[in-house]
Design a protein around this ligand. Sequence first.
Ligand code: HEC
Length: 124
Amino acid sequence: MLTSVLKIGFVVAALTVSANAASAQTSPSGEALFRQRCGSCHTVQGTQNRMGPALQGVVGRKAGTAPGYNYSPALREWGRTWTVANLELYLAAPRTAVPGTKMSIVAPSPAQRAEIIRYLQTQR
Ligand code: HEC
């Protein structure tokens, strides 16, 4: 019993170390998380919209303004800019942050949200 607890603790520690090692580089873990959790609906390539709007340059951009994307009225009329703080609120609970938005996906882990937002900041 005690040894299995210790083993689990060791595995968690090992995973934490490797995650830190990964983010010390040019944040491949944020990129990997974006691909996994956002990439089916969003690109960071220019104005290429998918089911969701293109997210290149989204940090500092006014919400609801990606060219050619058909936003919900809620997001189009929200009127705010995507700061890190607003992205954090939206990714934690999109429909609480922007009632009526058609994005329902959440990124439940605060650490993963931070990684994804850091990655988006590099996609200018
Ligand atoms: C199942 C598809 C889907 C996934 C997965 C998804 N989104 Fe979205 N996203 C959307 C849709 C649809 C919209 C448009 C919402 C609206 O118009 O109300 C949107 C809008 C956004 C916006 C607002 C952009 C703007 O131009 O105002 C941001 C930021 C965003 N998503 C970030 C993310 C991030 C980061 C992830 C990954 C954690 C993610 N989304 C995952 C579908 C998705």
